[in-house]
Design a protein around this ligand. Structure first.
Ligand SMILES: *[C@@H]1O[C@H](CO)[C@@H](O)[C@H](O)[C@H]1NC(C)=O
Ligand SMILES: [Zn+2]
Length: 342
């Protein structure tokens, strides 16, 4: 009897650990990066909700942030986009060894694929920003689709770190007034960069990337750059290793590496005030895609999200398990095992 009890509780513990993050709501099971032009379907009711509940924010949104504004001339805002990936931990090791923090702009589908890596990144003290769900060109999307890309991207980050960022980075820097306006409705401000390392151009050619990226940083250093924000990536081993080389160059040249929020003097990086209200409204779950039939983008079909997925998502409305909650139920489970053994 007692042994049965222990087995039952252990099974519950295991369940808590394996179901650490709930991505049942995630919009598609396709490999988004392999499908050029993929984006999530728009949800008109979400756009309507933000337009009604955060109307003023969308009216005259602030421009893109592109340089540091705080911390002195020698401050440098490095950033790494498109993770989390299996290559991110190498950067984490580097920054930990240097006792420095940086910023990661993360893509929703990669957060779903590598939640533990995002959790480790956040736990190490790095800053996390939203880089949409599908990494697509936002200016080419409808209003509803832009809102959905930001909402799903934010939901992915929240699932893992339990916070809603106030900043997003538009993929490819592809942003205009309409995108900024819609993002402002979602409580998000656009952050681009002043220095493009071009690692994304040359990542497939080891000779080229190791020649051109360090050369770019050298020319910026030689030109006496001040308070720049640089664009780099953690999507490939080559971009990570050349990124480390670039950070060393900046440090050798006397720059102070700061994460983005610090270098603009932001003290409430995750103080998004509208997203918690939106998710508390229940509209996210009740209107999960698809609310439109699958369409084609540039001749490539968008994956159809099945009705099975929809009903699962609806059931999951009140059972979100964050990393923190899972850890709590895990230790409760341990306590229960301990008591059962007594
Ligand atoms: C790789 O880059 C080097 C240096 O720019 C260039 O000479 C070479 O042709 C490139 N290789 C390929 C396969 O493109
Ligand atoms: Zn990107």
């Amino acid at each position: 009897m007692q042994r049965l009890c222990v087995i039952a509780i252990l099974a519950a513990c295991l369940d808590a650990v394996t179901a650490q993050y709930n991505f049942k709501w995630a919009p598609a099971t396709i490999n988004a990066p392999a499908v050029v032009g993929f984006h999530v379907p728009g949800v008109p009711a979400w756009t309507q909700w933000f337009s009604t509940n955060n109307k003023d924010a969308g009216e005259s949104p602030p421009g893109n942030i592109q340089k540091c504004t705080s911390g002195g001339d020698n401050v440098w805002g490095a950033s790494f986009d498109d993770g989390p990936t299996p290559y991110t931990p190498r950067l984490l090791e580097y920054f930990a060894a240097k006792k420095l923090k940086t910023t990661f702009w993360v893509v929703g589908y990669n957060v779903q694929a590598n939640p533990d890596i995002l959790r480790a990144t956040y736990d190490a003290g790095h800053e996390i920003g939203i880089h949409t769900w599908s990494h697509t060109h936002l200016t080419q999307l409808s209003d509803d689709e832009i809102i959905a890309e930001l909402v799903y991207g934010a939901r992915a980050v929240f699932e893992v770190i339990g916070k809603y960022p106030k900043y997003f980075r538009p993929p490819y820097g592809d942003v205009d007034g309409r995108v900024r306006s819609l993002a402002a409705l979602v409580g998000l401000r656009s952050v681009i960069w002043s220095r493009d390392s071009q690692d994304w151009v040359y990542y497939a050619n080891a000779t080229a990337i190791n020649l051109i990226v360090p050369n770019n940083f050298k020319s910026w250093i030689d030109a006496g750059s001040k308070m720049d924000i640089s664009l780099e990536h953690d999507f490939d081993p080559s971009t990570v290793s050349v990124g480390i080389k670039a950070m060393d160059m900046l440090l050798d040249a006397g720059y102070t590496l700061k994460p983005f929020g610090e270098c603009i003097g932001e003290t409430a990086l995750y103080g998004n005030s509208i997203l918690p209200k939106f998710f508390a409204s229940g509209l996210f779950e009740s209107k999960l895609a698809p609310v439109q039939t699958a369409t084609e983008v540039h001749g490539i079909p968008i994956a159809v999200i099945t009705s099975t997925y929809r009903s699962e998502a609806a059931v999951k409305t009140s059972t979100k398990t964050s990393g923190v909650h899972a850890a709590a139920s895990f230790s409760t489970g341990f306590l229960a095992v301990f008591l059962a053994l007594l």
